[in-house]
Structure formats: structure tokens, C-alpha cells
Design a protein around this ligand. Sequence first.
Ligand SMILES: CC(C)(COP(=O)(O)OP(=O)(O)OC[C@H]1O[C@@H](n2cnc3c(N)ncnc32)[C@H](O)[C@@H]1OP(=O)(O)O)[C@@H](O)C(=O)NCCC(=O)NCCS
Length: 178
Amino acid sequence: MKLSSYRQSDATTINLLFKRVFSDSEGPAEGALIGNLVLELIETTQPEDIFGFVAIEQTIIVGCIFFTRLSFMTPIDAFILSPVAVHTSYQGQGVGQKLINFGIDTLRKKGVKLVFTYGDPGFYAKVGFRQITEDVVKAPFKLTHPEGWLCQSLDDTEIEAIPGNVNCVKALNNPRYW
Ligand SMILES: CC(C)(COP(=O)(O)OP(=O)(O)OC[C@H]1O[C@@H](n2cnc3c(N)ncnc32)[C@H](O)[C@@H]1OP(=O)(O)O)[C@@H](O)C(=O)NCCC(=O)NCCS
């Protein structure tokens, strides 16, 4: 399996991957929603505010992940992991964890200090995330599942409280995702 940065020219394939994977796991409405989200992320996010990576098996994209910038009142280099998908027939073979670790290592090398995500604490604990509260760092919107607000420090320092509000990129700036 090869891991690399995504290319804009793969947008349609990536859209279909997310649409299929999330339809399989959570139904067609969620598939359509997340498929559209990744297209919007690719099309509307400034290049310096987005990282995307793909897992390729025999020329086929079997997994994909996006990280986009979170901006605070203080200048902190922070990104949020969202979303990630592994083709349904490739799940449970370690592809997801390899893709997440590859993305996080790349961000660390670029000087990113904090990575957030919003998801299953049990799964994301396997790749270094831990739960934080909205008192420590606010999310862009009030969270429906506050137990899913997760963070990891990329420079071995403790996660400290960040005062004030936080902004996400345009494509994620919608309460339905939170
Ligand atoms: C979540 C996902 C990316 C993980 O990728 P993967 O390649 O299947 O994961 P890996 O094989 O690296 O890791 C599997 C481990 O994670 C656990 N796991 C996988 N999906 C999980 C989930 N949604 N919740 C909790 N644990 C999960 C498995 O139980 C397994 O644990 P084990 O190693 O102790 O047996 C993939 O299953 C997927 O695309 N799911 C549908 C879309 C989704 O839910 N995306 C995440 C939200 S954006």
C-alpha cells in the first residue's frame, strides 16, 4: 500500500469513495452528505489550510483523509481531522490507522502543534487522541456529542486551555457536522 498526498484531479474518485463508505456504514443520506462535504473541502479551502492524503492499493484509492485548519484568537498552528474513510472491503486491516498516522506525521513535520477530531474516542485513542472538554478548547459549534471532542499535541507538550472562539474552514462551518 502506498500513502501520498491527494491530487485535485482525484476529486471525483474521492467523492465516490466517501459517498460509498458512509452509505455502507450510516445510510445513503449520510453518504451523500459526507461525499458533498469532501468536494466542498477540496473546492473551497485555501491550499495552506488543507492537507489530504490517500492510501493506494494497486492504483486504486482505498482510503482518504482530510485535515483542515482551525483558527484561534491566539496564533496556534492547529488542524482538525475530518473526515476519514477506508473502502468498506479494506476495513479492519490497519489501513485507517496507517493513513491517520501518516497524515499526523506529515503535519508534525510541517510544524503543526495540535490536531483535533470529533469522533469515536475508542477508535481515535489508538492513534494518539484523547478526550478534551469544550471548557479547555471550544469547538466551532456546540457539540451534539461532547464526549467525541478529541485532541493530540504534536510537540510533546501538554494540551493547554485556549481562550476564546475558534473558526473552522467554510466547508465545515455548518452545525449539522457538529
Ligand atoms: C473508521 C475507519 C476509517 C477505520 O479504518 P480501518 O482501516 O477500518 O481501521 P483499522 O483497521 O486501522 O483499525 C481497526 C480498529 O479500529 C476499530 N474501529 C474501526 N472503526 C471503528 C469505529 N467506527 N468505532 C470504534 N472503533 C472502530 C476496530 O474495532 C479495530 O480495532 P482493533 O484493532 O482493536 O481490532 C473505517 O472503518 C471507516 O471508513 N469507517 C466508516 C467511515 C467512518 O466512520 N469514518 C470515521 C468518521 S469520519
